[in-house]
Design a protein around this ligand. Structure first.
Ligand code: AVJ
Length: 320
């Protein structure tokens, strides 16, 4: 069971909130303080992320969509007829719809930790693709999970767009790719989106938009702690900071305390010095070569890579 702080039990949280409580207490007790980026995505955070995807400075989503659209025939040629397409972290169905135009899938298996969002998306897709078997799976895709019995004998293709791989530390990215290989099986294929390293200004601007949506997205995790765990963060005392760490090839997002303050969550007090950071996210940026190396050490072979003309983003076809 989940070893949550005694107070969490006193609040009789449901399981997900207890896990949230345990992780927040654990991660804010570390030095330097941190929070997991998966906790950005409550209803408000998911809505703010959708707004981020259409910001002028945030090139990844529109660039990946253009690659999936312009290369859909080539990408679909690595998807065997009758395959089960397993989408890890199935957010909106925009991207899979781009593949459905060219592929004759046996089934679509969207996997996401948020069951209600998943089932709403599946319902909408069923309406548009009545002939497609859709088997939503509510699971944390970063851990092992069972594929539905109905797709057992179908060829498997993983689908992992959005450069969500970039949220993983390199070691965790390797662990995820190995886990995906085990779940999908030998001979499976994978279509994966990876944001590419580029000039620092473009990267900086994509995480520091002038409209301040990314700042609100980042700060929202403190509102979520206050809302769901009864925290008393003075959110106005924190500022969003996103910087490119060239040595580590990653954008780092932080929440910086403007002054000395104390925040209490479930009876635990966390003190902040002026300028102290909570490290809330890493977004790793790859080169084609560095991603090919990661795929190889994770047991996948790189079949083909596609990029946009400007080389901002990449989509890769892998084989297990
Ligand atoms: C959804 C994790 C790919 O890392 O670019 C967007 C999340 N964070 N703006 C990313 C995000 C700040 C996004 N991923």
């Amino acid at each position: 069971n989940v070893h949550t702080p005694a107070l969490a039990k006193a609040h009789r949280f449901d399981e997900p909130t207890s896990v949230f409580a345990r992780d927040v207490i654990h991660d804010l007790s570390r030095a330097p303080k941190r929070l997991s980026p998966k906790y950005f995505y409550d209803a408000t955070g998911s809505e703010l992320f959708e707004q981020i995807t259409v910001l002028p400075e945030y090139y990844p989503t529109r660039t990946e969509l253009s690659i999936l659209r312009n290369r859909s025939r080539a990408i679909s040629s690595i998807v065997p007829d009758g395959a089960a397409l397993v989408e890890f972290g199935a957010g909106s169905t925009t991207k899979v719809r781009l593949l459905l135009g060219e592929c004759r899938l046996g089934a679509y298996v969207p996997v996401d930790i948020s069951g209600e969002f998943l089932n709403a998306q599946a319902q909408a897709l069923r309406a548009d693709y009545p002939g497609l078997a859709i088997h939503p799976v509510t699971a944390d895709f970063t851990a092992a999970f069972e594929l539905p019995e109905a797709v057992r004998d179908m060829p498997k293709v993983g689908f992992f767009p959005g450069s969500t791989l970039g949220n993983f530390e390199p070691g965790e990215a390797c662990k995820f790719l190995k886990s995906a290989r085990t779940i999908l099986g030998k001979g499976a294929r994978m279509v994966i989106g990876v944001d590419l390293e580029k000039d620092e200004r473009t990267l900086y601007d994509a995480y520091n938009d002038t409209a301040g949506v990314t700042a609100r997205f980042n700060l929202n995790v403190l509102h979520r702690i206050n809302r769901e765990l009864g925290g008393d963060f003075d959110v106005g005392a924190f500022i969003h900071r996103a910087v490119y760490n060239r040595d580590r090839h990653r954008i780092e997002m932080h929440l910086i305390s403007k002054k000395a303050l104390t925040a209490e969550v479930l009876g635990q007090k966390f003190s902040f010095r002026p300028g102290e950071s909570i490290h809330t996210e890493n977004s790793y940026k790859y080169s084609i070569d560095r991603f090919a190396l990661l795929a190889r050490v994770s047991g996948w072979s790189l079949l083909q890579s596609w990029t946009d003309e400007a080389g901002l983003f990449s989509v890769h076809a892998l084989e297990a």
